[in-house]
Design a protein around this ligand. Structure first.
Ligand SMILES: Nc1ncnc2c1ncn2[C@@H]1O[C@H](COP(=O)(O)OP(=O)(O)OP(=O)(O)O)[C@@H](O)[C@H]1O
Ligand SMILES: [Mg+2]
Length: 214
């Protein structure tokens, strides 16, 4: 298992991971509606990683929208997004957990890990040293569809036509997420099923997590 910080706070941290187009946001939105209904608006905090701290940089934008990837130092991208994740933990996630909130996050550090491995960076000690600053989620859901279906879904979205889509990379990332799902004990969701069906697995895991905690 990857060494992350201990989640020793009163709240709960729930994260959604998966490749682009796998159905993370769809599952997250259903989860947030369900939790708000059960625990009230104020108890639930919705977050997204990477945050604008790294998203709005030229480097990140270049990676997302430009095909000239030979100019990109991928370790620089990893440093950037890891810095963002560490700061986001310190500034937002840990304080909310201390207050007993339920934090729901769209993507987390496993996105960095899956992408790094998929690009062949397998021995990044510096990365895993810094990752100890990041709290381990109480539950990580992996939205999983076969990569071909994820690509089909991405291409069907009108707002995504300008995005740089590296299909072989997405296949590799998908494989790495599947591997991580075993070693890191993710709850795998079959998001090739209709959202309502996939959400049943979320509900079961949430009940187990929050039982006696209302
Ligand atoms: N379970 C599902 N069944 C059918 N279609 C789905 C399902 N979940 C999501 N979709 C569709 O697939 C597309 C991608 O879903 P979504 O935006 O939730 O994925 P994502 O993982 O958040 O993607 P991104 O990484 O790009 O943010 C959307 O058009 C959505 O309507
Ligand atoms: Mg999304």
């Amino acid at each position: 298992m990857i060494k992350l910080g201990k989640q020793k706070y009163a709240g709960k941290l729930i994260v959604f991971e998966g490749t682009d187009g796998a159905g993370k946001t769809t599952m997250l939105e259903k989860t947030v509606a369900y939790l708000r209904e059960r625990y009230g608006e104020n108890r639930i905090i919705v977050q997204k990683q990477p945050t604008d701290l790294s998203r709005k940089t030229k480097l990140f934008q270049k990676m997302m929208y430009c095909s000239r990837h030979d100019e990109i130092n991928y370790r620089a991208v990893q440093l950037l997004t890891l810095s963002d994740r560490v700061q986001h933990n310190s500034e937002i996630i840990i304080p909310a957990l201390k207050e007993g909130k339920i934090v729901v996050c769209d993507r987390y550090i496993y996105t960095s890990v899956a992408n790094m491995f998929a690009r062949g960076y397998r021995h990044e000690k510096w990365f895993f040293d810094a990752a100890k600053e990041i709290v381990r989620p109480d539950v990580t859901f992996l939205a999983y569809v076969p990569p071909e279906l994820a690509i089909e879904r991405i291409k069907a979205r009108p707002d995504e036509c300008t995005r740089h889509l590296n299909e072989p990379l997405l296949h590799n990332v998908s494989k790495e997420f599947l591997r991580l799902s075993k070693s890191e004990k993710f709850v795998k969701l079959d998001t090739s099923q209709p959202p309502e069906t996939a959400f049943e697995s979320v509900k079961n895991a949430l009940t187990a997590l929050t039982e006696g905690n209302r």
